[in-house]
Design a protein around this ligand. Structure first.
Ligand code: SAM
Length: 162
């Protein structure tokens, strides 16, 4: 019984600690995953970065389309789930456990995020400084303040950086 309680406490700690650093875990729904990948418009062999990859659903969908994908996830339990979920695509998908604000980003043609409004300005500045442009940023639900999205589909917004 004590193990069950300890496990429950561990799960609560993992999910609440993320709240100090970023957006909480809420998975993107399938229609929005489809919309995001359409807007990203990447070709097989190109790379999608997912900033906060949750359970790996988007990474797996990207790999099914022949893309390479790198996901960052702060919550160790979710990072583990994402790794297990994408195991069959291990040649294409890498899951990095850690804070995407602090980790270096590899070259990629597309970025997908589902964060919170308060992080969008910081994200914009970070992508502006990204050394591998051009890159297409796709954000579910939240827009970049003061910037006009190039396109929108099912609540997913596309921004391009050159
Ligand atoms: C709203 S959820 C979206 C999950 C996934 N991208 C999806 O669309 O289904 C945000 C995710 O970002 C993760 N996250 C938040 N801040 C982070 C950070 N600084 N570094 C890495 N992951 C972070 C959270 O743990 C959570 O899983």
């Amino acid at each position: 019984m004590i193990w069950l309680e300890l496990a429950a406490v561990l799960v609560i700690i993992c999910f609440s600690i993320v709240l100090l650093f970023g957006a909480p875990y809420v998975p993107t729904l399938k229609p929005q995953v489809e919309a995001a990948l359409k807007l990203a418009d990447l070709k097989p062999g190109q790379t999608l970065l997912e900033l906060g990859c949750g359970d790996g659903k988007v990474l797996a969908a990207a790999a099914r389309r022949g893309l390479n994908a790198v996901g960052y996830e702060l919550n160790p339990l979710l990072a583990l789930i994402a790794r297990l979920r994408t195991l069959r695509y291990r040649r294409q998908v890498k899951v990095v456990w850690g804070d995407f604000w602090r980790k270096p980003w590899p070259p990629a043609e597309g970025i997908f995020t589902f964060l919170l409004p308060k992080y969008m300005d910081k994200l914009d500045k970070k992508v502006e400084r990204y050394g591998h442009k051009p890159v297409r940023l796709v954000s579910f639900a939240f827009q970049i303040p003061g910037k006009r999205a190039r396109s929108e589909r099912s609540g997913v917004y596309l921004y391009t950086y050159k």
